[in-house]
Design a protein. Structure first.
Length: 366
């Protein structure tokens, strides 16, 4: 009986060894490629692309063969000839991968993870194209009435919600695979934290070390820590005059303080600023304060933007642009962004925009 157990175990080990040695074949074409041209299999690093293998185009096609150095490693097949530069993102895994590269679109198929990736990208493009078509008609069709334009924009909002739901569904269905985990890392920061957090928890441990997922988890942790109902995180930055001040200096003195992350070079920030100016004028006397945190990197541009936009509330910055320390503390990845804080230090709301700012203040400062 014991011998049978040992023989069975040896058989399992032998099978595992065979599986580990399973090879891959990458077959493909590159639009416009000539026989003799080079195609590369590359890894992407912080410093750019690193060539792992190369092959020559023969009969209009190319081929790579080898053994994966890890399970479903993400790599790039690249081709360059004069003004023509093409690349295809692929997962190198056992089996045959088919790659067809063109200047407009590259397609990859043939193995589990590559099929998941291509299916996701096809659906993402379909949704994006549909939304873009509606938006273009609503904003450029001069025959539409104002009511018809508003109706189309409502349709667009519905399509956006529908598309977001579909993308999240696809991520949820595949997050246990290398392709799904990679896609979550690529797209995760574009979704609500409440939707992303449970997906991160479903990622298998061997895939959790993916650098993009590590960054996404750090971002989610920060956003959760600074979400509604949590205590705010204090920080100190300089005023335009070079005096260091703390956010707590303002929070302690006012019933509600709005931290407004913006920059003089940010078009959406400039369009949004009149709403903040109006809310400040209306509620300043009732205990409302605004503290602007600029993601500028040039002092004079910051000062000019403040004057041009008629900003009269306190301003802070470290002039580090997107590396602004306060923005990092609050997980700010796009601007304008706002955080509304009560006098007791509780975060009341995040990312209020437009009419929502005054509506929230009307509710709080009756």
């Amino acid at each position: 009986m014991k011998k049978m157990v040992w023989f069975a175990a040896a058989g399992v080990m032998a099978l595992a060894a065979c599986q580990e040695k399973a090879g891959y074949t990458i077959k493909g074409t590159a639009e416009g490629a000539s026989d003799g041209d080079m195609v590369y299999l590359q890894n992407r690093t912080e410093n750019g692309f690193e060539a792992l293998d190369s092959t020559v185009v023969k009969g209009g096609a190319f081929e790579f063969k080898g053994v994966p150095d890890s399970v479903a490693a993400l790599r790039y097949v690249t081709y360059s000839n004069g003004d023509s530069h093409m690349a295809a993102m692929i997962f190198v895994e056992p089996g045959t991968v088919t790659v067809n590269m063109s200047a407009q679109e590259s397609r990859v198929s043939g193995t589990a993870n590559n099929d998941v990736m291509q299916g996701f990208m096809d659906e993402y493009k379909r949704i994006n194209d549909e939304m873009e078509s509606i938006y273009k008609k609503a904003t450029t069709d001069s025959t539409l009435t104002a009511a018809q334009q508003d109706s189309l924009m409502k349709v667009l909002d519905g399509k956006e919600a529908e598309g977001t739901g579909r993308i999240l569904q696809m991520l949820s269905e595949n997050v246990d695979k290398a392709a799904g985990a990679e896609l979550l890392g690529m797209f995760g920061m574009g979704f609500e934290v409440a939707d992303v957090q449970p997906l991160l928890e479903k990622v298998p441990a061997p895939l959790a070390s993916n650098p993009s997922l590590v960054r996404l988890k750090e971002y989610v942790d920060v956003r959760v820590k600074t979400s509604e109902g949590q205590k705010y995180t204090d920080f100190a930055l300089d005023t335009p005059e070079g005096k260091q001040v703390k956010l707590s200096d303002y929070v302690a003195k006012n019933k509600y303080t709005l931290v407004d992350f913006w920059a003089s070079w940010c078009g959406p920030c400039r369009r949004e600023m009149p709403n903040v100016v109006a809310a400040y004028a209306k509620y300043k006397a009732k205990g409302f304060e605004v503290v602007g945190v600029s993601l500028d990197s040039n002092l004079e541009s910051w000062k000019k933007g403040t004057a041009d936009l008629k900003i009269t509330w306190p301003q802070m910055s470290d002039l580090k642009g997107w590396k602004n320390e306060a923005a990092g503390l609050y997980g700010v990845r796009s601007i304008p962004a706002t955080v509304l804080i009560a006098q007791d230090g509780t975060i009341v709301a995040r990312d209020l925009r437009g009419e929502d700012i005054e509506a929230k203040l009307a509710e709080l400062l009756k």
